[in-house]
Design a binder for this molecule. Sequence first.
Ligand SMILES: Cc1cc2nc3c(=O)[nH]c(=O)nc-3n(C[C@H](O)[C@H](O)[C@H](O)COP(=O)(O)O)c2cc1C
Length: 279
Amino acid sequence: MSDLTQPVKSALSERFGEQLAVESALPGLEELSRLARRSVHRRYLARDVAPDLLRLLCACALSAPSKSDLQQADILIIRDKTRQRAIADLLTEMPWVTEAPVFLVFLANGRRLQQISQLRGKPFPNDHLDLFFNATVDAAIVLATFLRAADAVGLGCCPISVIRDHARVIGEMLALPDKVVPVAGMTVGWPADKGGITPRLPLDLTLHEERFEEGDLAAQIDAYDHRRAALRPYRNQRQPERLGRAEFYGWSEDKARQYAIPLRADFGTFVRGKGFRLD
Ligand SMILES: Cc1cc2nc3c(=O)[nH]c(=O)nc-3n(C[C@H](O)[C@H](O)[C@H](O)COP(=O)(O)O)c2cc1C
């Protein structure tokens, strides 16, 4: 019998730079292996995704847990090429949005609950930040579950949060009513490449026991930058004309540069404009 622990161990070692103990008698090793080596896919074959398959995957995704069983996440499927193209035209830096056979939008729906309160003639005193937060968390869990379901059948996906850079225009295109906002889009298709493991921060930084411990952040980040650069170096530096050229360009340099320019500063205004109260 083949050793099912090996793919899990080797994927996680590449991901975290650490050898994890994996029991050979553990059930579900194939699923763990799939999770450990998963990646986004941004290149797709020119092959359709059957509507029934998509519906099946959406049903599996919407089987995800939901805060208080409130069911505040929706999925919007875009198959119409004109509509998809109109969205893609706003995101020219991401050609995979044009090329994907299907585009989905994961929605936080804080509207239905309020409508239900009205239908049942009840007061609704909980119109505050928690409504937005719960709906957004539910949508994020549904999105993650969709990724897992799609991966299981061999489809490739890439979440697209950049649609929020154009939230108002896209909201109008998709006829999103008050208290329904996009959390992220997603390209879906049959992958044209294998995808690769993107190393993650060491578990020493992101996994805490009993109490929050930051440890030696600077040293851990340096080590991560170098481990990652050896496996997946960046091809381009961000904004070299403004921020200069770095001799060594690691993940932390890239992320610091990414967040050195204002991003989506108007998203709060959009969300408030959609009727969510964020206090
Ligand atoms: C909520 C969310 C939004 C994302 N938005 C984008 C996006 O707008 N464009 C894109 O190309 N990738 C996007 N991604 C993909 C990430 O860039 C990707 O997950 C990350 O680089 C790590 O790669 P991996 O998923 O293959 O491990 C997003 C991922 C998540 C979870």
